[in-house]
Design a protein around this ligand. Structure first.
Ligand code: ZN
Length: 679
């Protein structure tokens, strides 16, 4: 057998995997799984050994075949790869629906839960059984006849629609470019950004400067370009991606997908006996019900709104003083905000960038977690197959020198790579018959690439992004749970998943942490104290406005998924408009179709769950306050965080893990304090 996806290797053979391997590997794997499950359906006495253990093995095999495919489709997309990937989606969706609707398997799990063995199982095993029972119910095991088929059809359609949604966003993003023959219109842009645009043009064998909608490019232009028309143009292109409003191609319009995705989700929720999709979504969350979530969001909004209004008024005044004659428009906000920030705090992102060069940031990040959790991290990139030369590969050792995890790190923005930053599982920690399968993670970012032979210089925001994803990575990799369904981030309630990631962001502001990596890339000088003080002073610049933006998205998401039926695109817009009326201080222009590119909720896992960021930020801010009190690098506090939270994964409810660390339930104060909104 020559298919690299079917060979039993410890790590994916990225150099050998070709699009033509994908469909046949998945078909074979799923068919084999079905045969094995047929046998399991008829076992006489179901227990952990006879039922759960073999099923875990089956799941793990599927995951190891599919995970590299899903990953490659995100980081090294091509038409052939996408086609093969898309062809597998209905197969996977069918398979997963079949399993969750398999009555015999459900009964077998139920008999374990009801039987005498259950009490003898450890916590992780018990949680696995309970999670599985819930998954069966949410997967439609109780449905009969036609309803069962209807459910299957909905799942299949949803999988197609969400993929199409995401593809449209990626294609719309990549289809747009603006070629400038000289730098006249690029006045105001920092030198690195101009070089980046030159490099973008060179990569396509073009003359001049190529402006794209890649994150590093968009941010640079919208923040620094003096040319107001250019800012307007890029803002319009960016915020109308995948819509009918745009200057990007209308064939990528997501309007119909939006409507159908929402209706299919409602249909599914109602079929399962829920009032609406939000109610269904909250079944697997830490939050108890919709009221609790909405009250939480509105309370934060109410506390942030007065400060946000002030921040916006101040910005408008400033723009006027700077000579802006007409109204402050959406494409002026980042530009004048940056100038105001410079005036108030005499600090610009550009001042900081020389202190955040890629290799120093990475080694500093490693030193921080090495201090906190008594681990060591080693670069072993040359020992494995990678999908791009820029990708690095590392192993983590615990205090006794034993290897406990590995990870890939793919840092820079590049063509063919999906936008954003994320952590994904490559291999799950799993102990089978005493043999440990080590966890492996993919950490993917779209940070500013190295330009003109210099090391890559990051903005502070980019450093925060890297720390954030690394926090997810640690959750996946430092787990000590042996059962794959609840090891690492598996089985963690979705609204608690961002705890370890947002927790890590705090270190980007700590003096003692910055000392470990913020050094000038040319001179090696540490970040000057004066610059650090300015950075801290500017930390909460417009934080209330940012808070409101996140709350606006969160509330929109919850309410949208509460609707019984969505008639058309206009209805979605009017829901969004109403939320903005209630919550927002800044109202974007009518052409802005941000929702058409809102992949988190329409293509990712955040449907009726975008609030999770804020929810978990309460947890992470609160948890970090223990480090503020006990010492940022306090070994005992680090050890407690490791043992109570990171190592536990989804083996118990997040509330319990939090209480283990803090000795009490979460409180909202630390979040408001960190944002400078309330003392
Ligand atoms: Zn995250």
């Amino acid at each position: 057998m020559n298919n690299p996806l079917l060979q039993n290797s410890d790590l994916p053979q990225f150099e050998k995997i070709k699009p033509e391997h994908i469909l046949s590997a998945m078909t074979t794997t799923l068919d084999d799984s079905r045969d094995l499950i047929k046998k399991l359906e008829n076992i006489e006495k179901a227990d952990w050994e006879t039922l759960v253990k073999p099923l875990e093995l089956i799941d793990d095999r599927i995951s190891q075949c599919w995970s590299p495919v899903r990953h490659l489709n995100s980081v090294k997309s091509s038409d052939e790869l996408r086609e093969a990937y898309t062809a597998c989606l209905p197969l996977l969706s069918d398979y997963s629906t079949e399993i969750s609707q398999n009555r015999k398997l459900f009964n077998a799990y139920q008999s374990i839960a009801d039987g005498a063995q259950f009490k003898e199982l450890n916590g992780a095993q018990q949680k696995t059984i309970n999670d599985a029972l819930l998954a069966f119910k949410l997967g439609g095991v109780d449905l009969s006849g036609e309803d069962k088929q209807l459910y299957q059809a909905i799942q299949k359609r949803l999988s197609e629609l969400t993929t199409e949604f995401e593809n449209n966003v990626l294609d719309a993003t990549q289809s747009w470019e603006l070629i400038l023959s000289d730098t006249t219109r690029l006045k105001g842009l920092p030198e690195y950004a101009v070089s980046m645009l030159l490099q973008y043009a060179e990569q396509k064998s073009l003359e001049g400067y190529r402006v794209t909608l890649d994150m590093p490019c968009y941010i640079a232009v919208i923040t620094y370009a003096d040319d107001r028309d250019l800012r307007h143009t890029i803002y319009q292109a960016f915020t109308t991606r995948a819509s009918d409003q745009g200057i990007t191609d209308e064939k990528f319009n997501n309007a119909d997908n939006l409507v159908e995705i929402l209706n299919k989700r409602q249909e599914k929720a109602q079929l399962l006996g829920f009032k609406n999709y939000t109610e269904l979504s909250l079944q697997t969350k830490m939050a108890n019900d919709i009221d609790e979530v909405l009250n939480f969001l509105y309370e934060l909004a109410e506390k942030s709104r007065p400060a946000a209004k002030q921040e916006f008024e101040q910005l408008k005044d400033f723009a006027r003083q700077e000579g802006l004659e007409d109204e402050l428009m959406a494409w002026d906000i980042a530009y004048y905000s940056e100038k105001l920030k410079q005036q108030k705090y005499a600090i610009s992102e550009e001042d900081l960038k020389p202190y955040f060069s890629d290799n120093l940031v990475i080694s500093g990040l490693f030193k921080i977690v090495e201090k906190l959790y008594q681990i060591t991290i080693e670069d072993i990139s040359s020992s494995v197959q990678r999908w791009h030369d820029d990708v690095r590969f590392y192993q983590i050792k615990d205090s006794s020198g034993e290897i406990i995890a590995k990870f890939y790190l793919d840092l820079y923005a590049r063509n063919g790579k999906r936008g954003g930053a994320w952590m994904d599982e490559c291999v799950n920690r799993y102990v089978i018959d005493g043999k440990i399968q080590l966890p492996v993670a993919y950490l993917t970012c779209n940070l500013t690439p190295p330009i003109g032979g210099q090391p890559a210089l990051f903005t502070h925001d980019e450093v925060i992004t890297l720390f954030h994803e690394f926090g997810h990575g640690l959750h996946h990799m430092l787990t000590r749970v042996d059962v794959p369904e609840v090891s690492g981030i598996n089985g963690v309630e979705w609204d608690a998943v961002e705890l370890p990631s947002q927790f890590m962001e705090n270190f980007c502001w700590e003096h003692q942490a910055l000392e470990l990596f913020a050094r000038h890339y040319q001179t090696g000088d540490p970040l000057p104290e004066e610059l650090y003080q300015k950075m801290i002073a500017a930390k909460n610049f417009q934080s209330a406005l940012q808070m409101l933006r996140q709350l606006e998205f969160s509330i929109f998401d919850i309410i949208l998924h509460q609707q019984k039926e969505i008639q058309n695109e206009a209805q979605i817009q009017s829901i969004l408009d109403n939320v903005r009326k209630k919550v927002a201080v800044v109202i974007p222009p009518a052409f802005n179709k941000f929702q058409n590119g809102f992949t988190h909720i329409f293509a990712g896992g955040y449907a009726a769950g975008y609030y999770s960021y804020k929810w978990a930020e309460v947890l992470s801010a609160d948890a970090f306050s223990a480090f503020e009190e006990e010492g940022v690098f306090n070994k005992e506090t680090g050890q407690r965080f490791l043992e109570c939270i990171l190592q536990q994964g989804g083996s118990r409810p997040a509330q319990e893990s939090f209480k283990c660390f803090m000795g009490r339930s979460p409180e909202i104060n630390a979040l408001l304090r960190h944002n400078g909104i309330e003392e």
